[in-house]
Design a protein around this ligand. Structure first.
Ligand code: GDP
Ligand code: MN
Length: 380
Protein backbone atom coordinates (compact mmCIF):
# COMPACT_ATOMS: atom_id res chain seq x y z
CA UNK A 1 0.00 0.00 0.00
CA UNK A 2 1.54 3.28 -1.16
CA UNK A 3 1.20 6.36 1.05
CA UNK A 4 0.82 9.94 -0.10
CA UNK A 5 3.67 12.25 0.87
CA UNK A 6 1.65 13.84 3.68
CA UNK A 7 0.89 10.41 5.14
CA UNK A 8 4.51 9.33 4.72
CA UNK A 9 5.63 12.41 6.64
CA UNK A 10 3.22 11.61 9.47
CA UNK A 11 4.57 8.06 9.44
CA UNK A 12 8.15 9.40 9.63
CA UNK A 13 7.27 11.88 12.37
CA UNK A 14 5.99 9.01 14.52
CA UNK A 15 9.56 7.64 14.45
CA UNK A 16 11.03 11.03 15.30
CA UNK A 17 12.38 11.76 11.81
CA UNK A 18 12.44 15.55 11.32
CA UNK A 19 9.93 16.80 8.72
CA UNK A 20 8.55 20.29 8.04
CA UNK A 21 5.30 21.34 9.72
CA UNK A 22 2.38 21.42 7.33
CA UNK A 23 -1.19 20.51 6.59
CA UNK A 24 -3.16 18.75 3.84
CA UNK A 25 -5.87 20.85 2.16
CA UNK A 26 -8.48 20.38 -0.56
CA UNK A 27 -9.26 23.97 -1.50
CA UNK A 28 -7.46 27.20 -2.41
CA UNK A 29 -9.01 29.08 0.52
CA UNK A 30 -7.89 26.44 2.96
CA UNK A 31 -4.40 26.50 1.42
CA UNK A 32 -4.16 30.25 2.04
CA UNK A 33 -5.47 29.92 5.60
CA UNK A 34 -2.90 27.24 6.41
CA UNK A 35 -0.08 29.27 4.81
CA UNK A 36 -1.05 32.33 6.87
CA UNK A 37 -0.85 30.23 10.00
CA UNK A 38 2.47 28.54 9.14
CA UNK A 39 4.14 31.76 7.98
CA UNK A 40 5.91 32.46 4.68
CA UNK A 41 7.60 31.22 2.61
CA UNK A 42 5.65 27.98 2.18
CA UNK A 43 5.76 25.17 -0.38
CA UNK A 44 2.58 24.13 -2.18
CA UNK A 45 2.86 20.43 -3.03
CA UNK A 46 0.59 18.26 -5.18
CA UNK A 47 -0.40 15.03 -3.41
CA UNK A 48 -0.40 12.26 -5.99
CA UNK A 49 0.99 8.74 -5.83
CA UNK A 50 3.62 9.36 -8.47
CA UNK A 51 7.15 10.79 -8.46
CA UNK A 52 8.59 13.70 -10.41
CA UNK A 53 5.96 16.17 -9.21
CA UNK A 54 8.54 18.96 -9.08
CA UNK A 55 9.42 18.65 -12.76
CA UNK A 56 5.73 18.40 -13.68
CA UNK A 57 5.01 21.77 -12.02
CA UNK A 58 3.26 20.26 -9.01
CA UNK A 59 5.59 21.83 -6.42
CA UNK A 60 5.85 25.61 -5.99
CA UNK A 61 7.32 27.98 -3.45
CA UNK A 62 5.10 30.87 -2.34
CA UNK A 63 6.11 34.06 -0.52
CA UNK A 64 2.69 35.52 0.16
CA UNK A 65 -1.03 34.80 0.15
CA UNK A 66 -1.52 35.87 -3.48
CA UNK A 67 1.15 33.51 -4.65
CA UNK A 68 -0.30 30.62 -2.59
CA UNK A 69 -3.68 31.39 -4.14
CA UNK A 70 -2.21 31.33 -7.63
CA UNK A 71 -0.17 28.14 -7.23
CA UNK A 72 -2.83 26.23 -5.30
CA UNK A 73 -5.36 27.18 -7.98
CA UNK A 74 -3.07 25.95 -10.74
CA UNK A 75 -2.02 22.72 -9.07
CA UNK A 76 -5.45 21.58 -7.86
CA UNK A 77 -7.03 19.64 -10.72
CA UNK A 78 -3.68 19.37 -12.54
CA UNK A 79 -2.93 16.07 -14.24
CA UNK A 80 0.42 14.56 -13.28
CA UNK A 81 1.23 11.42 -15.27
CA UNK A 82 -2.43 10.41 -15.35
CA UNK A 83 -3.12 11.29 -11.70
CA UNK A 84 -5.47 14.19 -10.99
CA UNK A 85 -4.42 16.38 -8.08
CA UNK A 86 -7.23 16.58 -5.52
CA UNK A 87 -5.18 17.35 -2.45
CA UNK A 88 -2.32 19.71 -1.59
CA UNK A 89 0.21 19.63 1.18
CA UNK A 90 1.22 23.07 2.41
CA UNK A 91 4.41 23.13 4.43
CA UNK A 92 6.92 25.59 5.79
CA UNK A 93 9.60 26.11 3.14
CA UNK A 94 13.13 25.01 3.95
CA UNK A 95 16.44 26.55 2.94
CA UNK A 96 18.51 23.95 1.15
CA UNK A 97 22.31 23.72 1.20
CA UNK A 98 22.51 20.18 -0.21
CA UNK A 99 20.10 17.46 -1.35
CA UNK A 100 20.74 13.78 -0.59
CA UNK A 101 18.94 10.49 -1.20
CA UNK A 102 18.23 7.79 1.41
CA UNK A 103 16.14 4.63 1.33
CA UNK A 104 15.59 1.15 2.75
CA UNK A 105 14.00 -1.72 0.92
CA UNK A 106 14.25 -5.50 0.85
CA UNK A 107 16.95 -7.12 -1.27
CA UNK A 108 15.24 -10.43 -1.99
CA UNK A 109 18.22 -12.09 -3.65
CA UNK A 110 20.53 -11.25 -0.74
CA UNK A 111 17.75 -11.99 1.78
CA UNK A 112 18.79 -8.84 3.62
CA UNK A 113 17.57 -5.28 3.98
CA UNK A 114 19.20 -2.88 1.57
CA UNK A 115 19.96 0.73 2.44
CA UNK A 116 20.92 3.22 -0.26
CA UNK A 117 22.44 6.62 0.41
CA UNK A 118 23.71 9.19 -2.05
CA UNK A 119 25.06 12.71 -2.00
CA UNK A 120 23.38 13.11 -5.40
CA UNK A 121 19.79 13.54 -4.19
CA UNK A 122 16.86 15.58 -5.39
CA UNK A 123 17.07 14.05 -8.85
CA UNK A 124 15.78 10.75 -10.18
CA UNK A 125 17.72 8.01 -8.36
CA UNK A 126 17.35 5.61 -11.32
CA UNK A 127 19.26 8.16 -13.36
CA UNK A 128 22.02 8.37 -10.76
CA UNK A 129 22.17 4.57 -10.62
CA UNK A 130 22.54 4.39 -14.41
CA UNK A 131 25.01 7.23 -14.91
CA UNK A 132 27.01 7.20 -11.71
CA UNK A 133 26.50 3.91 -9.86
CA UNK A 134 29.42 4.69 -7.54
CA UNK A 135 27.58 7.76 -6.28
CA UNK A 136 25.22 5.46 -4.35
CA UNK A 137 26.56 3.94 -1.13
CA UNK A 138 24.80 0.65 -0.37
CA UNK A 139 24.56 -1.22 2.89
CA UNK A 140 23.10 -4.64 3.61
CA UNK A 141 21.49 -4.93 7.02
CA UNK A 142 20.92 -8.28 8.65
CA UNK A 143 17.43 -8.16 10.19
CA UNK A 144 18.66 -9.98 13.30
CA UNK A 145 21.52 -7.54 13.97
CA UNK A 146 19.69 -4.37 12.91
CA UNK A 147 21.49 -1.17 11.90
CA UNK A 148 24.15 -0.37 14.47
CA UNK A 149 25.46 3.17 15.03
CA UNK A 150 28.90 2.12 13.83
CA UNK A 151 27.56 0.61 10.62
CA UNK A 152 25.44 3.72 9.99
CA UNK A 153 28.48 5.96 10.50
CA UNK A 154 30.63 3.93 8.09
CA UNK A 155 27.80 4.00 5.56
CA UNK A 156 27.45 7.80 5.80
CA UNK A 157 31.21 8.17 5.39
CA UNK A 158 31.15 5.97 2.28
CA UNK A 159 28.51 8.25 0.75
CA UNK A 160 30.74 11.35 1.04
CA UNK A 161 28.11 13.64 2.47
CA UNK A 162 29.12 17.08 3.65
CA UNK A 163 30.82 16.62 7.08
CA UNK A 164 28.28 19.09 8.49
CA UNK A 165 25.55 16.53 7.70
CA UNK A 166 27.32 13.55 9.23
CA UNK A 167 25.76 13.36 12.71
CA UNK A 168 22.30 14.36 11.55
CA UNK A 169 22.38 11.82 8.74
CA UNK A 170 23.47 8.97 11.03
CA UNK A 171 20.68 9.84 13.44
CA UNK A 172 18.01 9.97 10.71
CA UNK A 173 19.16 6.76 9.02
CA UNK A 174 18.92 4.82 12.29
CA UNK A 175 15.41 6.20 12.80
CA UNK A 176 14.50 5.50 9.18
CA UNK A 177 15.59 1.89 9.60
CA UNK A 178 13.42 1.61 12.72
CA UNK A 179 10.45 3.12 10.84
CA UNK A 180 11.02 0.66 8.01
CA UNK A 181 11.19 -2.42 10.25
CA UNK A 182 8.83 -1.58 13.13
CA UNK A 183 6.46 0.23 10.80
CA UNK A 184 6.25 -2.83 8.51
CA UNK A 185 7.17 -0.97 5.33
CA UNK A 186 8.43 -2.55 2.10
CA UNK A 187 10.03 0.73 1.12
CA UNK A 188 10.94 3.99 2.84
CA UNK A 189 12.57 6.65 0.71
CA UNK A 190 13.60 10.23 1.41
CA UNK A 191 14.47 12.20 -1.72
CA UNK A 192 15.62 14.78 -1.02
CA UNK A 193 17.04 14.41 2.42
CA UNK A 194 18.41 17.91 2.92
CA UNK A 195 21.18 19.65 4.76
CA UNK A 196 20.08 23.18 5.68
CA UNK A 197 22.54 26.12 5.69
CA UNK A 198 22.41 26.08 9.51
CA UNK A 199 23.49 22.42 9.64
CA UNK A 200 20.25 20.53 10.21
CA UNK A 201 19.37 17.33 8.34
CA UNK A 202 15.74 16.96 7.45
CA UNK A 203 13.32 14.91 5.26
CA UNK A 204 11.84 17.09 2.52
CA UNK A 205 9.92 14.33 0.74
CA UNK A 206 8.51 10.96 1.84
CA UNK A 207 7.80 7.83 -0.14
CA UNK A 208 6.48 4.92 1.89
CA UNK A 209 5.05 1.57 0.81
CA UNK A 210 3.50 -0.45 3.62
CA UNK A 211 3.44 -4.25 3.66
CA UNK A 212 -0.27 -5.11 3.70
CA UNK A 213 0.52 -8.59 5.06
CA UNK A 214 1.21 -6.80 8.36
CA UNK A 215 -2.16 -5.00 8.27
CA UNK A 216 -3.45 -6.86 11.34
CA UNK A 217 -0.68 -5.38 13.48
CA UNK A 218 -1.60 -1.75 12.77
CA UNK A 219 -4.95 -0.28 13.78
CA UNK A 220 -3.79 3.14 12.64
CA UNK A 221 -3.61 2.04 9.01
CA UNK A 222 -7.37 2.66 8.70
CA UNK A 223 -6.67 6.25 7.69
CA UNK A 224 -4.23 5.17 4.99
CA UNK A 225 -6.64 2.60 3.66
CA UNK A 226 -9.46 5.13 3.45
CA UNK A 227 -7.56 7.22 0.90
CA UNK A 228 -6.41 4.38 -1.34
CA UNK A 229 -7.34 4.86 -4.95
CA UNK A 230 -8.29 1.33 -6.05
CA UNK A 231 -8.18 0.26 -9.67
CA UNK A 232 -11.92 -0.11 -10.54
CA UNK A 233 -11.21 -3.62 -11.84
CA UNK A 234 -9.54 -4.51 -8.54
CA UNK A 235 -12.46 -3.07 -6.59
CA UNK A 236 -14.96 -5.22 -8.50
CA UNK A 237 -12.77 -8.31 -8.06
CA UNK A 238 -12.42 -7.65 -4.33
CA UNK A 239 -16.20 -7.36 -3.95
CA UNK A 240 -16.54 -10.74 -5.65
CA UNK A 241 -13.91 -12.27 -3.40
CA UNK A 242 -11.42 -12.86 -6.20
CA UNK A 243 -7.64 -12.79 -5.95
CA UNK A 244 -7.00 -10.27 -8.73
CA UNK A 245 -4.21 -7.90 -9.71
CA UNK A 246 -4.68 -5.53 -12.65
CA UNK A 247 -1.92 -5.33 -15.27
CA UNK A 248 -1.82 -3.38 -18.52
CA UNK A 249 -1.74 -5.98 -21.31
CA UNK A 250 -4.49 -7.37 -23.56
CA UNK A 251 -4.85 -11.04 -22.59
CA UNK A 252 -7.15 -11.60 -19.62
CA UNK A 253 -5.85 -14.48 -17.50
CA UNK A 254 -7.81 -16.81 -15.25
CA UNK A 255 -6.24 -19.82 -13.61
CA UNK A 256 -6.34 -21.91 -10.47
CA UNK A 257 -3.40 -21.62 -8.11
CA UNK A 258 -1.00 -18.68 -7.92
CA UNK A 259 1.88 -20.70 -9.36
CA UNK A 260 -0.08 -21.82 -12.39
CA UNK A 261 -1.35 -18.28 -13.01
CA UNK A 262 2.18 -16.89 -12.83
CA UNK A 263 3.42 -19.54 -15.27
CA UNK A 264 0.53 -18.61 -17.53
CA UNK A 265 1.65 -14.97 -17.49
CA UNK A 266 5.15 -16.14 -18.44
CA UNK A 267 3.91 -18.32 -21.29
CA UNK A 268 1.72 -15.54 -22.65
CA UNK A 269 4.75 -13.29 -22.57
CA UNK A 270 6.93 -15.94 -24.18
CA UNK A 271 4.63 -16.21 -27.20
CA UNK A 272 4.54 -12.46 -27.71
CA UNK A 273 1.51 -11.39 -25.72
CA UNK A 274 0.94 -9.36 -22.57
CA UNK A 275 -1.33 -10.13 -19.63
CA UNK A 276 -4.15 -7.79 -18.66
CA UNK A 277 -4.30 -9.20 -15.17
CA UNK A 278 -3.43 -11.91 -12.70
CA UNK A 279 -6.52 -13.79 -11.46
CA UNK A 280 -6.30 -16.86 -9.28
CA UNK A 281 -9.63 -18.56 -8.61
CA UNK A 282 -7.92 -20.91 -6.16
CA UNK A 283 -8.28 -24.60 -5.49
CA UNK A 284 -11.71 -26.22 -5.63
CA UNK A 285 -13.23 -23.30 -7.54
CA UNK A 286 -16.84 -23.98 -8.46
CA UNK A 287 -19.03 -22.80 -11.31
CA UNK A 288 -20.17 -19.57 -9.65
CA UNK A 289 -16.66 -18.35 -8.85
CA UNK A 290 -15.55 -19.06 -12.42
CA UNK A 291 -18.49 -17.13 -13.80
CA UNK A 292 -17.59 -14.20 -11.52
CA UNK A 293 -13.99 -14.33 -12.69
CA UNK A 294 -14.99 -14.22 -16.35
CA UNK A 295 -17.31 -11.34 -15.62
CA UNK A 296 -14.53 -9.25 -14.04
CA UNK A 297 -12.01 -9.95 -16.80
CA UNK A 298 -14.63 -9.36 -19.48
CA UNK A 299 -15.36 -5.90 -18.01
CA UNK A 300 -11.79 -4.80 -18.68
CA UNK A 301 -11.81 -2.67 -21.84
CA UNK A 302 -8.19 -3.55 -22.66
CA UNK A 303 -8.87 -7.28 -22.83
CA UNK A 304 -8.91 -8.64 -26.40
CA UNK A 305 -8.83 -12.36 -25.52
CA UNK A 306 -9.41 -14.35 -22.35
CA UNK A 307 -7.23 -17.31 -21.46
CA UNK A 308 -8.59 -19.76 -18.89
CA UNK A 309 -5.94 -22.19 -17.68
CA UNK A 310 -7.19 -24.80 -15.23
CA UNK A 311 -5.44 -27.85 -13.96
CA UNK A 312 -7.92 -29.94 -12.03
CA UNK A 313 -6.81 -31.41 -8.75
CA UNK A 314 -9.43 -30.72 -6.14
CA UNK A 315 -11.04 -28.53 -8.77
CA UNK A 316 -13.07 -30.69 -11.14
CA UNK A 317 -12.94 -30.09 -14.88
CA UNK A 318 -16.67 -30.63 -15.40
CA UNK A 319 -17.48 -28.03 -12.72
CA UNK A 320 -15.11 -25.57 -14.32
CA UNK A 321 -16.63 -26.13 -17.75
CA UNK A 322 -20.12 -25.72 -16.31
CA UNK A 323 -19.01 -22.42 -14.77
CA UNK A 324 -17.65 -21.18 -18.06
CA UNK A 325 -20.81 -22.13 -19.94
CA UNK A 326 -22.89 -20.53 -17.17
CA UNK A 327 -20.86 -17.35 -17.50
CA UNK A 328 -21.64 -17.29 -21.24
CA UNK A 329 -25.31 -17.02 -20.32
CA UNK A 330 -24.70 -14.34 -17.70
CA UNK A 331 -22.27 -12.02 -19.47
CA UNK A 332 -22.08 -10.76 -23.00
CA UNK A 333 -18.55 -11.78 -23.97
CA UNK A 334 -16.66 -8.92 -25.58
CA UNK A 335 -13.77 -11.10 -26.65
CA UNK A 336 -13.09 -14.77 -27.38
CA UNK A 337 -12.23 -17.11 -24.56
CA UNK A 338 -9.65 -19.87 -24.95
CA UNK A 339 -9.76 -22.66 -22.39
CA UNK A 340 -7.10 -25.15 -21.48
CA UNK A 341 -8.50 -27.79 -19.21
CA UNK A 342 -6.50 -30.66 -17.78
CA UNK A 343 -6.48 -32.95 -14.74
CA UNK A 344 -9.45 -34.31 -12.81
CA UNK A 345 -12.54 -34.82 -15.02
CA UNK A 346 -10.91 -32.92 -17.89
CA UNK A 347 -12.55 -35.18 -20.48
CA UNK A 348 -16.04 -34.51 -19.13
CA UNK A 349 -15.19 -30.81 -18.98
CA UNK A 350 -14.03 -30.63 -22.58
CA UNK A 351 -17.23 -32.35 -23.71
CA UNK A 352 -19.30 -29.74 -21.89
CA UNK A 353 -17.31 -26.95 -23.57
CA UNK A 354 -17.58 -28.59 -27.00
CA UNK A 355 -21.35 -28.83 -26.62
CA UNK A 356 -21.65 -25.05 -26.19
CA UNK A 357 -22.89 -23.33 -29.36
CA UNK A 358 -21.04 -20.12 -28.44
CA UNK A 359 -18.53 -19.33 -31.19
CA UNK A 360 -16.40 -17.23 -28.87
CA UNK A 361 -15.66 -20.23 -26.72
CA UNK A 362 -12.77 -22.41 -27.81
CA UNK A 363 -10.61 -25.04 -26.24
CA UNK A 364 -6.97 -26.10 -26.69
CA UNK A 365 -5.26 -29.22 -25.36
CA UNK A 366 -2.11 -27.64 -23.87
CA UNK A 367 -1.13 -24.49 -22.03
CA UNK A 368 1.24 -23.43 -24.82
CA UNK A 369 -1.37 -23.99 -27.56
CA UNK A 370 -3.96 -22.07 -25.57
CA UNK A 371 -1.56 -19.19 -24.93
CA UNK A 372 -0.61 -19.03 -28.63
CA UNK A 373 -4.23 -18.94 -29.69
CA UNK A 374 -5.21 -16.28 -27.15
CA UNK A 375 -2.23 -14.10 -28.05
CA UNK A 376 -2.91 -14.50 -31.77
CA UNK A 377 -6.44 -13.22 -31.22
CA UNK A 378 -5.34 -10.42 -28.89
CA UNK A 379 -2.62 -9.21 -31.24
CA UNK A 380 -4.74 -9.43 -34.39
P1 GDP B 1 9.11 15.14 -6.25
O1 GDP B 1 9.55 15.96 -7.43
O2 GDP B 1 7.78 14.51 -6.49
O3 GDP B 1 10.14 14.14 -5.85
O4 GDP B 1 8.90 16.16 -5.03
P2 GDP B 1 9.89 16.67 -3.87
O5 GDP B 1 9.12 16.81 -2.64
O6 GDP B 1 11.09 15.80 -3.79
O7 GDP B 1 10.33 18.12 -4.37
C1 GDP B 1 11.03 18.31 -5.56
C2 GDP B 1 12.04 19.42 -5.40
O8 GDP B 1 11.41 20.62 -5.01
C3 GDP B 1 13.08 19.16 -4.31
O9 GDP B 1 14.13 18.34 -4.75
C4 GDP B 1 13.51 20.56 -3.98
O10 GDP B 1 14.53 20.97 -4.85
C5 GDP B 1 12.27 21.39 -4.22
N1 GDP B 1 11.66 21.70 -2.91
C6 GDP B 1 10.75 20.97 -2.23
N2 GDP B 1 10.49 21.52 -1.03
C7 GDP B 1 11.27 22.61 -0.93
C8 GDP B 1 11.50 23.59 0.09
O11 GDP B 1 10.94 23.57 1.19
N3 GDP B 1 12.39 24.59 -0.19
C9 GDP B 1 13.06 24.64 -1.37
N4 GDP B 1 13.93 25.64 -1.56
N5 GDP B 1 12.89 23.74 -2.34
C10 GDP B 1 12.01 22.74 -2.14
MN1 MN C 1 11.17 13.69 -4.16
Amino acid sequence: MDLFEYQGKKFFAAYDIPVSPGEAVETVDHAVAVAEEIGYPVVVKAQVLVGGRGKAGGIKLADDADSVREHAGNILGMDIKGHTVELLWIEKASDIAEEYYASFTLDRSAKLHLGMLSARGGVDIEQVAAEEPDAIARIHVDPVDGLTADAAAAWVDAANLNPAARDGAIDILIKLYRAYVDGDADLVEINPLILTPDGRVHALDAKVTLDVNARYRHDNWDAYEATQVLDPREREAKEKGLNYIGLDGTVGIIGNGAGLVMSTLDVVNQVGGSAANFLDVGGGAGADLLANAIEVVNNDDNVKAILVNIFGGITRGDEVATGIVEAMGRVELRSPIVVRLDGTNAEEGREILAASPNEKLMSEPTMLDAARRAVEIANA
